[in-house]
Design a protein around this ligand. Sequence first.
Ligand SMILES: *Cc1c(COP(=O)(O)O)cnc(C)c1O
Length: 477
Amino acid sequence: MWQAPEPLLFEMSSPGRTACSLPELDVPETPLPEGMVRDEVNLPEISELELVRHYTRLSQKNFSIDTHFYPLGSCTMKYNPKVNETAAAMQGFARSHPLQPRWLAQGNLGLMYQLQEALKEIAGFAGVSLQPAAGAHGEFAGVLIMRAYHLDRGDTKRTKMLIPDSAHGTNPASVAMSGFEAVQLPSDERGNVDLAALKAACDDTVVGLMLTNPNTLGLFEEQIEEVTATIHNCGGLVYGDGANLNALMGVARPGDLGFDVMHFNLHKTFTTPHGGGGPGSGPVGVTEQLAPFLPGPIAARGDDDYKLVMPEKSIGRLKAFNGNFGVLIRALTYIAMLGDEGLRDVTFNAVLNANYLKARLENVYPVKYGRTCMHEFVAMGDIAEGVHTMDIAKRLIDYGFHPPTVYFPLIVHEALMIEPTETESKETLDAFVDALLKIAEEGKQNADLLHNAPHTTPVTRLDEVSAARKPVLCYRG
Ligand SMILES: *Cc1c(COP(=O)(O)O)cnc(C)c1O
């Protein structure tokens, strides 16, 4: 639907209008000191109604999980239950301050403690820190923990981190930021880590392996126990990228599979509105031997209350105060509402929904590895002459769907990475498949229709090269 371009508040301004009025002055008027008075403040003058309409219209220009299906592979855009928001807005939480004395912060500390305990149980770890502010931040914490562990043993030779070629780009970035070298491992023809290449790369210079399981192809590592044992045999540690925990929780625990340290993406697996750089939370979980190195402070139980403690050999603080507390509230609410059986059902339904989509689509959109997938799968979008994944993605917008993740992972040609999540109905999944099948027909008959898509949005296909090279950063050029 075409919408008029939204004006700026400044353009809507009319002298004398106001959205709020202050009470009458009941103290004597005092002039501001010399030199501190601005002649022209130049703020928009606007009524409350116009202001509300402006922001409501702006909010509707965006795709969101509350308005549209959002099958973004890897990043898990699932429905965010409103009860989470109610809990996060409770005055005791929302109005608390991190510098409150311990006796006044018992509710908050207790919440942190309970969440740590829940995450430990879900993933099979001995310790958890809630400090990191996102998945990538958790990776950085995890790699620093691995480094601290090796150095504490006086082992200074280890500099290499092994990373499969299907990994998320944040993995090598975290390794580089920690001063180590990232060494890429190939995948085998079934989409697993190539075991022979892994064995060949293992020696006493290896810090460890960073592994996503299920990996970003949506495939479970079939030899996971052999993979983790191989790394342990050469003295290395196994890092788990936990972004895909929503395909395992309640069914298998990374700690039991041989992972030594893992980050959780609370804002993916355990809901919270995210995207666009909003606050996230990337706690790290570790085994017993790594627990002394966790970033702190972490919540602990005292004799008869909760307190914050710094682990004995902690890598230190990574974030002001106690992490992104609002996200912690939402995650614990979600876990408590679902309980253990509910979390397991999330996993079952996420996997079922992904396999349903895959089964309905794979004759038209080929899937490289012909295996049962976990919570997501990667198809290929070059389904007709001159048609690319980007065209499919843009055309989906015209049908009211947010495009899946595109061109990732890098090892699949024209990748279209689809993750429906467990929160969608069969009707929504069918409508999405129907749209994709229709788009494939359109692509065969009239590829230009796809090349120029989207057609129904306020701005249509953008020149992405110019957008990157010559960005227009001011409202008026
Ligand atoms: C999202 C994601 C990350 C990074 O997490 P952020 O919370 O976005 O920093 C890392 N690895 C994988 C596989 C992911 O999907």
